[in-house]
Every structure is written in C-alpha cells, then in structure tokens.
Ligand binder design. Structure first.
Ligand SMILES: Nc1ncnc2c1ncn2[C@@H]1O[C@H](COP(=O)(O)OP(=O)(O)O)[C@@H](O)[C@H]1O
Ligand SMILES: [Mg+2]
Length: 394
C-alpha cells in the first residue's frame, strides 16, 4: 500500500486545502497497512479507549497481523475474556482469535514496570536498596504521571523486543484514564524536570560530590530539613534521589526515544470521544495538542453514538401524530412510542450537529462513528462487533 494513501495519519495543521474534508475513517486500510506499526487510542476517561484498543487489535489479528494490545484498565469481564485478569505485565496469547494472525494482550502494571526498569538498570544490591526505599514505593505507585510514564516505558520495551525478535508487527496502545488529557506526552518532561529540579539537585549534592563542595547555604538548608523532617526521612530521600539519578539517566533517554517513536510515521493516533458537547470539545483539545507535538493523527472515533432509529418518520411528524392521538384519547401506547421515536430522532440529529461542528473546525480529521451496543462489551464477540462498526464507512 502506498505511503500516501488516504488513511495515512496526517500531521494536522492549519495548512490544509480549504473546503477539503477528510470524511469517513478507513480503519481496515489503516490496520492492513504494513507500515502501521503502532496505534495509540487516547481520549478522556470512560469514552471507550480500552474497548476500542481491544477491538482494533482483535480485528487486525483476525485480518492476519501479529498484534499485541497493551491495555491499562480493562473492565474485569473483558480482561477475563482476553485472558489477562492476572497482572503479570507480560503479553499473553488471547485464545479464540480467528484467521491467520495472532493476538497477545497484556494489562499494564505500573509498579511492576517501574521495578523492572530499576532491576535492569541498577546492580542487584542497589536495586534491592531502591525497591525497599519508602520514597520509591510511594513514587512508583502514585507519583502524578507515573502511569503515563510507565505506559510509555512499556511501549518502548515491547517495541524494542518486537523489533529484535519479530514477535509483533502491530502494537495497539490504550492510554491511562487521565483527567488532564495526553498526560503521557508530558510525563517524561515532568519526570525530568522533577529530577533536574533544584530541590532534588540540592539533595543529590552531599551524596555525590566531596563534602567541601557543599556550600554553607546548602548545609544550612539540609540541617534545617533534618530538623523539620527527621534524619531518617532525609537519609531515605537522599538515597532515593541518588538512586533515581543513576537509574533515570537511561530512563530519560528511553522516554525520549519512545516519544520519537510516537512521532514517527509508523504511528497512528486515534482520538476516542463520546458524542457529547463536552467530550467533543475535549477531543478538539486532544487533536490540537497532538498537532502541537507534531504527532500523527489518524482520526476521531465517536463512540457510543445513539443508534439511528428505523423508518423515515421525522421528529415533527412523530410529535404531530402523537399529539393527534392524545387529543382523540386513542392509542396512548402508540402516542408514547411516537414520542420516544421523536426523542431518538432528535438525539441523533443533535449528535450529528455536534460532529458537523467538529468536522468544520477540523476538516482534516477523518471520523468513524460507533453506535452504542445494547450491552457492555465484555467478550471477543462484542469486540468483533465493535470492530465491524469501526470499519463501516458511512
Ligand atoms: N460502543 C459501545 N457500546 C456499548 N458499550 C460500550 C461501547 N464502548 C464502550 N462500552 C462500554 O463502556 C464502558 C467503558 O468503556 P472503556 O473502553 O473501558 O472506556 P475507557 O477505557 O475509555 O475508560 C465499558 O463497560 C464498555 O464495555
Ligand atoms: Mg480504559
């Protein structure tokens, strides 16, 4: 497939041809293109990122690709049906995949990923010290952005392994349910600035350099801190920061590599959103943020859209008919059904207006619309159905 076919992710910018609209997203072309190596599903919490990631991964596998999906917080039953309810941080084969491809799935264990990095970077003795440090324990399980950071780290790891061993040709990545969208783009930067911050530098100094380098000022501050925080606390903190500095040199560099990987041509971002005003506004923010970082955007997925009601009765016609029935006192049930129909038609129209508004603001973003299914998506059949709907172009 040619590199410049219509589905290729675009670097979204203002410099598009006026009047050009990207239209429907061609999911199958994206999944089938051997040049697509990474798909990242992002969006605010609860919109269907995990479901979309799993559905895309399954579809790609069933169309013949060697796929791994990295999920963050799959709903319990979905995880069970994919064989990943155990958090062991290793991709496991999903059983029941049809066709010639292959699907592995894993659920990200943030703390474990962190531990793995420490174990791979520090000497066994030093690693043991770090893993037992109270600050490390707190940071690895709760530092703002750690989950985002670890998702990046795991993506980098899997990508390196896949390249070395040829295990996968497509990695589908789910992103954490962060309130501040796209935190994972900021995470390496945030971590770096934390480590390069003055407070951390200051703590590093006494441990690192000869004592005479420690200025009287810093000595005073350290003494004050010792009084306030207690000697053990400060000692733990120093050990921790020193250790991090050793470990994180490589960490930072890898984060930068992963960031570059996200920007590369083989990557495609999909922004997932609910068909609501707030959600689509947030999706616009995502699209703009991706564009600022020059990340390749493949399109927008509007998930859980209201299903189109059957028939061609308009909302007005249905309401007029319902009103007539109400006046004659006949057919209360029919009148109720007509009103329900009118509500559904209006809802579908409202959602279409919202999508049109988005498309006008971002004409270059191709869109897929996935209607809400009658029930939650918790097994491979459900994922297949979502996959079919994603690939349906209309
Ligand atoms: N198109 C859909 N139809 C019906 N249920 C859906 C659909 N998409 C997602 N869901 C359900 O919505 C819930 C949230 O989806 P999930 O993918 O976990 O969202 P996120 O990962 O964005 O937080 C899940 O219970 C999932 O089964
Ligand atoms: Mg999720």
């Amino acid at each position: 497939m040619s590199r410049d076919s219509a589905h290729r992710p675009s670097r979204v910018g203002p410099a598009t041809t006026p009047g050009h609209r990207a239209g429907p997203l061609d999911i199958d072309a994206l999944l089938d293109d051997p040049a697509t190596g990474i798909i990242v599903c992002c969006g605010s919490g609860g919109v269907g990122k995990t479901t979309t990631s799993a559905a895309l991964a399954l579809r790609a596998a069933e169309r013949g690709r060697k796929v791994v999906v990295l999920t963050i917080d799959p709903a319990r039953r979905l995880a069970q049906s994919m064989g990943i309810e155990a958090l062991d941080n290793t991709p496991r084969p999903v059983t029941g995949v049809e066709g010639g491809g292959h699907l592995d799935a894993m659920m990200l264990d943030m703390k474990r990923t962190f531990d793995e990095v420490v174990l791979s970077q520090a000497s066994p003795e030093k690693a043991k010290q770090i893993l037992a440090n109270p600050f490390y324990i707190a940071l690895s399980s709760s530092f703002a952005g750690t989950q985002e950071y670890m998702a990046m780290e795991k993506l980098g790891q899997i990508h390196r392994d896949a390249q070395a061993a040829g295990t996968y040709d497509l990695i589908v990545v789910d992103t954490p349910p962060s309130r501040s969208a796209l935190d994972f783009l900021d995470a390496p930067e945030r971590l770096s600035s934390f480590l390069d911050g003055r407070f951390v530098r200051m703590l590093l100094m006494p441990a690192k350099g000869p004592a005479k380098l420690m200025t009287a000022g810093i000595g005073l501050i350290t003494n004050a801190l010792t009084k306030i925080l207690g000697a053990q606390f400060l000692k733990d903190l120093q050990t921790f920061v020193t250790a991090l500095d050793t470990v994180f040199g490589g960490f930072r560099q890898r984060a930068q590599q992963t960031y570059a990987l996200l920007k590369a041509d083989g990557t495609a971002f999909l922004v997932v959103a609910a068909p609501e005003a707030d959600a689509l506004r947030e999706a616009e923010y995502f699209v703009e943020r991706l564009s600022e970082d020059d990340m390749p955007l493949a399109g927008l997925v509007v998930n859980r859209a209201s299903p189109e009601p059957g028939g061609d009765l308009s909302a007005e016609e249905a309401m007029t008919a319902a009103e007539r029935l109400r006046r004659t006192g006949d057919g209360a049930l029919t009148a109720g059904l007509l009103r329900l129909h009118a509500d559904r038609v209006r809802m579908v129209e409202r959602e279409r207006t919202l999508r049109d508004r988005f498309a006008t603001a971002h004409p270059q973003v191709a869109t897929a619309v996935v209607p809400a299914l009658a029930s939650d998506v918790h097994d491979l059949d459900g994922l297949r159905r979502v996959g079919d709907l994603l690939a349906r172009r209309h």
